[in-house]
Structure formats: structure tokens, C-alpha cells
Design a binder for this molecule. Structure first.
Ligand SMILES: Nc1ncnc2c1ncn2[C@@H]1O[C@H](COP(=O)(O)OP(=O)(O)OP(=O)(O)O)[C@@H](O)[C@H]1O
Ligand SMILES: [Mg+2]
Length: 458
């Protein structure tokens, strides 16, 4: 997926997001530019800085949705964070550098997963051997019973062919294991005890800043947390396969690659950036807003953040910010920060035409969701075209008359519209329900006409 053409990226986004073509285009270009930079000769490559983007648009028009979809189909390390959850260094809360650490952590885990997948066969082989060792300890091979648990197995084996050399016993056991004949047996297994209580309490308090992995540290202080448990063979195989896979992965390589990937192609989506754009001189919780912006500057500009995996340079990480900018303007951000987001894209607010399409066209369209939900009860709902039109019209009207909450309005309206069917579905005698204009009006008209009521319900 790394080298999708801009038009292909837009096509992908089109499957889920209606309209907002300008925003889709600029994100697609920004993404493609990452790939282009990789192709440029090395001396110039370092000079090409990413052009960060701010997506501006009213609430509920698809800003976050664009980011979510991008994150699913791009291969680049991608993380989405809410700017509003950061606090200035020195205040209680998360400092902005943690977003880079999170991105590295995420990427390391992802790559580790891939690597483990790649060594899966090898791990399975090793696991099988280990399991056979467990089922058939050396002493048993010499036919001297030792532990309680193996006696049963061993007994069977002896009677099965006590004259044969032990290697063939092992092979027999292997066959039985593969055929699942041992699935009901228990073995003793030392499993890592993962329950380290209270660790989470510490984990955010500045420790990560120093690159200390608290859990690892505690793991070192306390005696190695293993517990002997009796587990069924299949579960034991599962656990051992995990351990073997972990042992086979070259973590140094994974970390090196992860950091390289983050530095070269990482993308951070900074949602709700308008929430840290405060007017100067305000009081209360606002005091740290400007501080957060200042803390952001070096990261966006390019600096080195220390993580527990080592230092990470942020020069080429692409930042896509988004915000409703309802109460504030991008110009309320501190000038230095404004300058670091040169591309501004406005998303348009949505009207009835878009609503109708949002209801029906995306792969995860709202109507499809409700139809699927009700189908589980054996109820088939059909929406008349006119009815969909009417729902879209009502959504637009309510948005105009009360607050414009964009496509989210469709959610409240649909809930209200289908309330009865959703409640009665299991008991409905008529399993075919057609939603026509009349039904829509009968359910929604009174509420829409009464402005006070619609403020509460829709
Ligand atoms: N253009 C669109 N096409 C399809 N679905 C949309 C569109 N815009 C919004 N939606 C739907 O509306 C909901 C809210 O959208 P989203 O989370 O993207 O809003 P937002 O622009 O980030 O708003 P906010 O500023 O409040 O965060 C989502 O469920 C999304 O699927
Ligand atoms: Mg959002």
C-alpha cells in the first residue's frame, strides 16, 4: 500500500467519505510526497521537509473519519492523538513528546507482530519438540516413571509398544499430538506471571521521558514472575508457541527498523488542535494551552525525542492537524506554529444531498448498519428512496434550526426513527418492514416541528 497514487488514495477514501474532495486531495498529495521523497537522491532527501496540513471544518463533517481511514490503509506508522489531552511540561498530564513515543511503541509492536508471523512455522516446530519433551521426559524414555502427570501417558505408551526404541515412542506421540488425540490431557507448564499490580499507576508520570520501561524494571526487581500451572495441551502449545516466536525475533533489528520507519514515513494526526488555540490572557485551564503549543513547536519543526527504544528524530514526520475552529481561528495559534502548518484545507459543511449519500453509499453506510443489525432478528427492513430523501431533508432542517452537528445528526435521527422497530424486532410478526415517507413523517414530524422538542431529542 506504500506507493498508492494520489488518485488511488482518494478512491480509497471515497469508499467511506462523501464529498470533501479538497481535503482528500491534499492528504493524498502529502502521503504521496512521502514516497516521492524516498526516491530522491540522498543528499537532497534530507532537505525535503514534509508540508504539514490543517484540516478546518465544522463538527461532524468527516475530519476524524479521514484520518481513521488513512490509518487503516496506509502502511506508514500512523497515530492519532487529541491535542487537547496534552499539558505543558511540568503540569500533570501527558507531555507532547509522548505522541512520538507512542508512535514508536506502536510501530515496534506492529513490526514485532510481523516478524513473529514470519517465524511462525519455525516456532511451531520448536513448540512441538518442547511439548514432546514435556509429555515424555528423558527419564520416561528410559522407562523410569517419575512424575505423577506423565504416568498415564507413559503407561499407555509402554503398553502400546514397550519394546520399541524411545525415538519411535516419541514419533508415535508426535503423531498423536498432531492428530489432536492428546487434546484433553494436562501438562505442567511454567507460565510467565503477567500480573504485576499497580504498575499502571506509575507509568505516565514522567518515567517514559527518561526512556525507562517501568514494567521491565519491576520485572527485574521482583523474582522472575513465573507460575506453574496445569494447562491443557492445546493451550500449552499456544503459550509455548508465543514464547518461542518471541525468542526467535531479533528485537534489535525490529527496533532499528521501527525507528527508521517512524523517522522517514511517520504520520501523526493531531486532532482537536483548535482546543489548544487559546486567546492570550485568559485564565483557568487555559493557562497551559499556549505552553502546549510551544512544546509542540520543536517536535513539528524537527527535534530529537528520547524514547525507551532510543532517540528518534522528528524532522520528517508528517503532521496532519484538524479542528473545527469554531470559536477560534487558525490565526489564534501562536504564529510560529501557524507557520509550520502551511497547507490549510477547509472541509465544507454538509447538506441534504450529502446526507442522502452518507446514508446509503459508504461501505459502512448507516442504513446498511441498521439493516444488518435487524437482520440478526430475522427482520428485513427496506428503505424507500423517498424516505431516505426525507430523512436527509429532516437532518438538514434540524441542523439549520438548532445546532449544526453535521453527519452526526443522522445518527440521532435514525435512532429516533427506528426506535420502535429496534425495540419490537424479536416479536414482530411481519418480518418485512418498509420504511416509506409516511413512516418517516409519522415518527419524526412532531418532533421536528417542535423546536424545543427537537433540541432534546434529535
Ligand atoms: N463526509 C462524510 N462522509 C461520510 N460520513 C461522514 C462524513 N462526515 C462525517 N461522517 C460521519 O459522521 C461522524 C462524525 O464524523 P467525524 O468524526 O469525522 O467528525 P469531525 O469532522 O472529526 O468532527 P469534530 O470536529 O466534532 O471532531 C462519523 O461517524 C462519520 O462516519
Ligand atoms: Mg473529530
Amino acid at each position: 500500500m506504500e506507493n498508492l497514487k494520489p488518485s488511488e488514495i482518494v478512491n480509497e477514501l471515497d469508499k467511506y467519505i462523501i464529498g470533501q474532495d479538497k481535503a482528500k486531495r491534499s492528504v493524498a498529495v502529502a502521503l504521496r510526497n512521502r514516497w516521492r521523497r524516498q526516491q530522491v537522491s540522498e543528499d537532497l532527501r534530507d532537505e525535503i521537509a514534509p508540508k504539514n496540513i490543517i484540516l478546518i471544518g465544522p463538527t461532524g463533517v468527516g475530519k476524524t473519519e479521514i484520518a481513521r481511514r488513512l490509518s487503516i490503509f496506509t502502511d506508514s506508522p500512523f497515530s492519532k492523538v487529541e491535542a487537547s489531552k496534552f499539558t505543558e511540561v511540568g503540569y500533570v498530564g501527558r507531555d507532547v513528546e509522548s505522541m512520538v513515543r507512542d508512535l514508536v511503541e506502536l510501530t515496534v509492536n506492529k513490526l514485532k507482530g510481523h516478524e513473529q508471523e514470519a517465524v511462525k512455522d519455525k516456532a511451531r516446530q520448536l513448540t512441538e519438540e518442547r511439548m514432546l519433551d514435556l509429555l515424555l521426559p528423558k527419564s520416561v524414555e528410559q522407562q523410569a516413571p517419575k512424575s505423577e502427570d506423565t504416568r498415564e501417558v507413559q503407561f499407555e505408551l509402554i503398553t502400546a509398544g514397550s519394546d520399541e526404541p524411545s525415538s519411535s515412542t516419541r514419533e508415535k506421540l508426535r503423531t498423536m499430538l498432531r492428530e489432536g488425540k492428546l487434546d484433553n490431557r494436562y501438562v505442567d507448564l511454567d507460565v510467565a506471571d503477567r500480573s504485576l499490580p499497580m504498575v499502571e499507576i506509575f507509568s505516565n508520570v514522567g518515567m517514559e521521558e527518561m526512556g525507562i520501561n517501568f514494567k521491565d524494571m519491576l520485572g527485574g526487581i521482583f523474582p522472575k514472575g513465573t507460575k506453574r500451572r496445569k494447562v491443557k495441551v492445546p493451550e500449552a502449545m499456544e503459550i509455548m508457541a508465543q514464547e518461542e516466536a518471541q525468542g526467535l525475533v531479533d528485537m534489535d533489528k525490529v527496533v532499528r527498523e521501527a525507528i527508521e520507519k517512524v523517522e522517514q514515513t511517520g504520520i501523526i494526526f493531531l486532532d482537536e488542535i483548535d482546543k489548544i488555540a487559546g486567546k492570550n490572557g485568559s485564565h483557568g485551564p487555559d493557562v497551559s494551552r499556549e505552553g502546549v503549543q510551544r512544546d509542540l513547536l520543536p517536535i513539528v519543526e524537527g527535534s530529537t525525542v528520547s524514547t525507551k527504544y532510543g532517540p528518534v528524530k522528528t524532522d520528517h514526520i508528517l503532521f496532519i492537524a484538524s479542528g473545527a475552529f469554531h470559536m477560534v481561528k487558525p490565526s489564534d495559534l501562536i504564529p510560529e506554529l501557524q507557520g509550520r502548518f502551511p497547507i490549510r484545507v477547509e472541509l465544507s459543511s454538509l447538506g441534504r444531498r450529502e446526507f442522502k449519500r452518507i446514508l446509503t453509499e459508504p461501505k459502512n453506510a448507516l442504513l446498511l448498519q441498521y439493516m444488518a443489525l435487524l437482520r440478526t432478528e430475522g427482520v428485513e427492513v427496506v428503505f424507500d428512496d423517498d424516505a431516505v430523501e426525507e430523512i436527509a431533508r429532516i437532518a438538514e432542517e434540524v441542523n439549520d434550526r438548532t445546532e449544526n452537528i453535521g453527519a452526526r445528526r443522522l445518527h440521532t435521527i435514525m435512532e429516533c426513527l427506528l426506535e420502535d422497530i429496534l425495540f419490537d424486532a424479536p416479536d414482530l410478526i411481519d418480518k418485512h418492514q418498509t420504511i416509506d415517507t409516511k413512516y418517516v413523517q409519522s415518527k419524526l414530524k412532531d418532533i421536528v416541528d417542535d423546536e424545543d422538542l427537537s433540541r432534546y431529542i434529535l
